[in-house]
Design a protein around this ligand. Structure first.
Ligand code: COA
Length: 336
């Protein structure tokens, strides 16, 4: 049951024109191929944890509470390889020694995290979960690669989930989740983990080519996969919830690319005016994308109590997920 929402964007804006000064690209190319006009990026003093704390504090404020008994952070741009950032976020928010862990599922992290949080509540492990999608993913993107540098942005979005009845506003419907590891290489950062190691047995030999620290992306096949998987998954979530497409007031899809969002909406036959969009201002913020989108809609008064929302996301893994949500009517603050 959704009870609070918050979002935070780092203050530094990078426009398409800014990018075009250092890369062989243009505002026109980026806008027409992706729908992105600008994105926010972390400065040296900000990272996944600091963004998460800001967004988490706002979500708690929106819920009108100061405590939670579990914290989950979905991120694919971890603060450090070890440990998880969620315990530190919980401490910095004054939540004490609660259950806290990170979850990695790239751009579908918000849907996987919602399902996990609902599971903690359903099993009685927690009554109130603070769940934050937080990303400083631009730190993993090669600034010299014009195929990936324009696409991603940094930010954090958070929600508070509490126990409640399935017919109350705030209720999440059954989830549809899926993955295809055979296509893992379509979007990957090769180095830094146990497969391609930073250090070789402590001998200090440099084993990793510099570019392997950065994201590699096969844009074309990902595009097709994103449209197919999100459409199928969204349809499946609608079916499980027994909703017709006509019941959907808002389609809140992962903001990977404006063309992808529109193609999925077309597949589903959701009319254009019900398709939520904020990619023009934030780019692809991975696990933060859907909560930032919901926060934007709610903060500008476009998302009202009782409205029916279809959530769907797709990303590296490959992985995807969808769910239905009846909006509870929350106080939401603009991200800035
Ligand atoms: N500026 C100018 N030209 C660029 C460019 C840029 N930033 N990036 C690529 N190009 C060029 C390519 O080199 C290519 O040139 P060529 O035809 O001379 O070889 C041309 O533009 C077309 O490239 P292509 O990659 O086929 O473009 P596209 O229409 O598929 O759009 C993406 C590229 C990345 C925007 C698109 O494939 C996409 O959005 N894919 C999904 C990515 C995604 O969502 N990833 C996250 C998953 S959650």
């Amino acid at each position: 049951m959704l009870r609070g929402i918050g979002g935070f964007l780092p203050p530094t804006t990078v426009t398409n024109d800014d990018l075009s000064r250092g890369l062989d690209t243009s505002d026109e190319w980026i806008r027409t191929r992706t729908g992105i006009r600008e994105r926010r990026v972390v400065s040296r003093d900000l990272s996944t944890g600091t963004l998460a704390v800001e967004a988490g504090a706002r979500a708690l404020r929106s819920a009108g509470i100061t405590g939670a008994d579990a914290v989950i952070v979905a991120t694919t741009s971890p603060e450090r390889l070890c440990p998880a950032v969620a315990p530190e976020v919980a401490t910095r928010l004054g939540l004490g020694t609660v259950a806290a862990f990170d979850l990695t599922s790239a751009c579908s992290g918000f849907l996987y995290g919602l399902a996990t949080a609902e599971g903690l509540i359903a099993t009685g492990t927690a009554d109130t979960v603070l769940f934050i999608g937080s990303e400083a993913f631009t730190t993993l993107v090669n600034p010299r690669d014009r195929a990936t540098a324009p696409i991603f942005g940094d930010g954090a979005g958070a929600v508070v989930l509490r126990r409640g009845a399935p017919d109350e506003p705030g209720a999440l419907g059954p989830f549809d989740l899926g993955s295809d590891g055979a296509l893992a290489d379509l979007l990957a950062v090769p180095a830094g983990g146990s497969r391609q190691r930073a250090a070789d047995g402590g001998l200090g030999h440099a084993t990793v080519p510099a570019d392997d620290w950065y994201l590699r992306m096969a844009g074309r096949p990902l595009y097709t996969q994103a449209v197919d998987r999100m459409s199928q998954s969204a349809r499946s979530a609608l079916k499980k919830a027994d909703w017709a497409v006509a019941d959907v007031d808002w389609f809140a899809g992962h903001q990977a690319n404006l063309r992808i969002v529109r193609a999925v909406a077309e597949e589903l036959e959701v009319p254009g005016e019900r398709v939520a969009v904020n990619i023009d201002r934030v780019g692809n913020t991975l696990a933060a994308s859907v909560p930032l989108l919901l926060n934007d809609l709610a903060a500008r008064g476009d998302l009202r109590a009782g409205q029916r929302v279809l959530l769907s996301a797709f990303g590296a893994g490959l992985s995807w997920g969808s769910a239905t949500l009846v909006w509870p009517g929350l106080r939401a603050e603009p991200v800035d």
